[in-house]
Ligand binder design. Structure first.
Ligand code: ADP
Length: 399
């Protein structure tokens, strides 16, 4: 079966068509600047890329029509009829407490995504637009929603409640939800396989380190705690997000810079992290090159980045009462050997022993990077959120 994966943002729509018989990508692409001047579709198949730049792409339905035209195109297409697409899997940001797993999209599911808009005010409306656009152009194709928050719903209350008046949890659902759940689930399941711990007790920390980064503590394959919170702002230092800070910083920045609370949050989300501290870039490669060229702030930024992640690993080892493995994934986690070595520096007391030579060589592939006698195993396991969404979609639609 061929499955189309859709990740809709407010002005963009990413897609991948996956052949589930071989779990391989047939085509993928991106529609940018939906509803804004200069809309563009970039479609990739095999080693070819083809772009369409219409005058304007009015809305997500027009974007979806362009995607289908590209997939069906005589010249650049990869399928000959829409009916070849067996199902569509949608990435949805916030499932709140309603969704502990992926689900078939029906009216009740759409209503629940809508109810969760206050928790995901930017993403959930965009995700709904993507779903509605697909329903408009492919009315007979079954669809599945896969939530970024679902994997973390197994957290105990001690992990997810904040120390604020309890009535705010009851009235406004303020609590830790966690994100990147599809990635944490995919990687932790694979970790249990490679570690031979599938049906055994296990305590694992997953470090999803990309532009956005989050850690999760997984006990017996289930999420016990995670670093992102009510929103993706909490946790470790990210490309442009500050991660953890004293909430009083918000008022202090707002007063001094004459900003509203939401403008201040914008600074914490978009102008902080690697970018804000280093003043160089939000991209780890740029910060690393600047540090290598002697930029002192870039060097400090790298140290803070690693230190924050190390603190979380230590905290999670204590919270779980042990640690069997640390797994690195996503853009930085999979590719940046120096970053991984920095994070693990000083964790020898926990039983972590890195194979430095091996670690330096591993890029974007699954590999063990701890020494054979390391008590805590360390692995790089590439994530594949689209494949995880496709597997759920296949499973739910072939029932
Ligand atoms: P997201 O999906 O959150 O946008 P990714 O998982 O693609 O992000 O990760 C992007 C990050 O990965 C960037 O900071 C980028 O610099 C970093 N990255 C990619 N390749 C390397 C590399 N070889 N060395 C260091 N960092 C890398």
């Amino acid at each position: 079966m061929k499955i189309l994966i859709i990740n809709a943002g407010s002005s963009s729509l990413k897609y991948q068509l996956i052949d589930m018989d071989h779990e391989s990508i047939i085509a993928k692409g991106l529609v940018e600047r939906i509803g804004i001047e200069g809309g563009k579709l970039t479609h990739k198949y095999g080693d070819k890329t083809y772009t369409v730049t219409p005058d304007a792409i009015k809305d997500h339905t027009e974007a979806m029509n362009l995607v289908l035209e590209a997939l069906l195109s005589k010249e650049h297409g990869v399928i000959s009829s829409i009916s070849e697409i067996g199902a569509v899997g949608h990435r949805v940001l916030h499932g709140g407490e309603k969704f502990t797993a992926s689900c078939i999209i029906d009216q009740a599911c759409m209503d629940a995504i809508e109810e969760n808009i206050p928790l995901g005010p930017l993403h959930n409306p965009a995700n709904l637009m993507g779903i509605r656009a697909c329903q408009a152009v492919m009315p007979d194709t079954p669809m599945v929603a896969v939530f970024d928050t679902a994997f973390h719903q197994t957290m105990p209350r001690t992990s997810y409640l904040y120390g604020v008046p309890y009535e705010y949890y009851e009235k406004y659902h303020i609590r830790r939800y966690g994100f990147h759940g599809t990635s944490h689930r995919f990687v932790s399941a694979r970790a249990l396989e490679v570690l031979g711990l599938k049906d055994k007790p296990s305590k694992i920390v997953i470090c999803h380190l990309g532009n956005g980064s989050s850690l999760s503590a997984c006990v017996d394959g289930k999420c016990f705690d995670t670093s992102m919170g009510l929103t993706p702002l909490e946790g470790v230092l990210m490309g442009t997000r500050s991660g953890d800070l004293d909430p009083a910083v918000v008022e202090c920045i707002a007063n001094n810079e004459h900003l509203t609370p939401s403008e201040t949050l914008n600074v914490l989300n978009k102008k902080s992290g690697l970018l804000g501290l280093s003043g160089v870039s939000s991209d780890m490669r740029d910060v690393r090159s600047a540090a290598a060229e002697g930029n002192a702030m870039a060097k400090v930024t790298l140290d803070i980045w690693a230190y924050r992640i190390r603190k979380y690993i230590g905290a999670y080892a204590a919270a779980m009462g042990g640690l069997d493995a640390i797994i690195f994934t996503a853009g930085i986690g999979e590719n940046d050997g120096e970053g991984r070595a920095d994070v693990l520096k000083g964790l020898e007391f926990l039983g972590v022993k890195l194979d430095a030579e091996k670690n330096a060589k591993v890029r974007g592939v699954e590999a063990e990077i701890s020494a054979p006698d390391s008590k805590v195993k360390v692995w790089v396991i590439p994530t594949n959120e689209e494949l995880a969404i496709a597997r759920d979609t296949l499973m739910l639609t072939s029932k």
